[in-house]
Write a protein that binds this ligand. Structure first.
Ligand code: ATP
Length: 321
């Protein structure tokens, strides 16, 4: 098993079947996530981050359809799994932390009841063992186990988000997908939750797919970063390398609008324009209209992701290997 990656995504295509025709929200996305790695997936709103995440666990409902590609978890194709296997796979192998734990938690049940319910349903543990494990899980995320009897509304936003993380860790899955887990929190609480995630990653050897639109957050603990634009991966590199030498004009723009706490002060550049309408994607490169360096070739030929250095790839005609 050692040389089989934890997760391998191959040429994944997801389309939303709308009355005006299919909208390709994820277009031939491929990446690998190794054990113990935190892979950050970044991009502006609408770039397809959440669609990728939900496709991996097959929790996308209509009008979305996975129309091509493979998702291999420890070598097994998730897209070919039967419903029963899929139920066992979710929570146990791959779990989710969403932007707002309020959406994942039931308002009328206590925190304890909700964690115990997951444990008893999936592991058939005794009620007593489940209670002990629930208390341990709360401790793990820095919450007093006395809170097991609290309802979600009795907790602060940061605590609820940490309960969401405890729930995701309930069955000890090797991979946790975190979709904007701190976006709904204020900056101080955001920091507290991020520190907890970083600590858990070290302590449990977790692998994380971390989805965010915020470069400063992803820079803190992602091992590698993939940049999505209009449903396509346009650049992928180890975090340090991406920040040191971004190659795609879109990544450069994203980093230009990122304020580093440690680096020198600089003017915020931002990226002029807005992402294209996926229903009417232009020919050639989807970023062309916003790219100051675009050439005639960019108008006719869509660039494909290719290696330009060690573990660094980009999809841009202007970049030579
Ligand atoms: N129900 C839907 N019907 C049609 N198109 C949709 C639907 N949901 C999403 N899309 C399309 O899929 C694209 C990707 O959406 P997705 O939510 O995955 O992006 P995202 O990067 O996660 O954005 P955000 O950060 O705003 O959540 C959107 O640009 C939109 O055009």
């Amino acid at each position: 098993m050692a040389d089989v990656p934890l997760l391998a995504v191959e040429d994944l295509v997801v389309e939303y079947m709308t009355p005006s025709g299919p909208v390709r929200a994820v277009d031939a996305v491929s990446f690998v996530l190794a054990r113990g790695e935190v892979l950050g997936l970044v991009g502006e709103s609408g770039s397809g981050k959440s669609t990728v995440a939900q496709a991996l666990a097959r929790i996308l409902g209509p009008p979305a359809m996975i129309t091509a590609g493979r998702v291999l978890f420890e070598g097994s194709d998730v897209l070919a799994m039967h419903e029963d296997d899929l139920r066992r796979f979710r929570w146990r192998k791959m779990s989710f932390v969403l932007q707002s734990a309020m959406n994942a938690l039931c308002p009328v049940l206590t925190i304890g009841e909700q964690i115990i319910d997951v444990l008893v349903t999936h592991e058939r543990t005794s009620a007593r063992a489940a209670r002990e494990r629930a208390a341990h899980l709360l401790e793990l995320v820095g919450i007093d186990p006395a809170r097991l009897t609290s309802h979600p509304h009795e907790l602060s936003g940061g605590m609820r988000q940490r309960v969401g993380i405890a729930l995701a860790l309930a069955l000890d899955p090797p991979l946790v997908i975190m979709d904007e887990p701190t976006t709904a929190l204020d900056v101080v609480v955001q920091h507290e939750v991020l520190s907890k995630i970083a600590e858990l990653k070290e302590k449990l050897g977790l692998s994380v797919l971390f989805i965010t639109h915020d470069m400063s957050i992803v820079s803190q603990f992602a091992t590698r970063i993939g940049v999505l634009y209009a449903g396509r991966l346009v650049e992928m590199a180890p975090t340090r390398e991406l920040f040191r030498a971004p190659r795609h004009p879109y990544t450069k723009g994203l980093l230009g609008s990122f304020v580093s706490l440690h680096g020198p002060r600089r003017r915020l550049a931002g990226i002029p324009g807005s992402p294209p309408d996926l229903r009417r994607l232009p020919a050639g490169c989807a970023f062309r209209a916003r790219c100051a360096e675009a050439t005639a070739r960019c108008a006719t030929e869509a660039p494909v992701l290719r290696g330009i250095g060690e573990d660094h790839s980009t999809a841009c005609h202007l970049v030579s290997p």
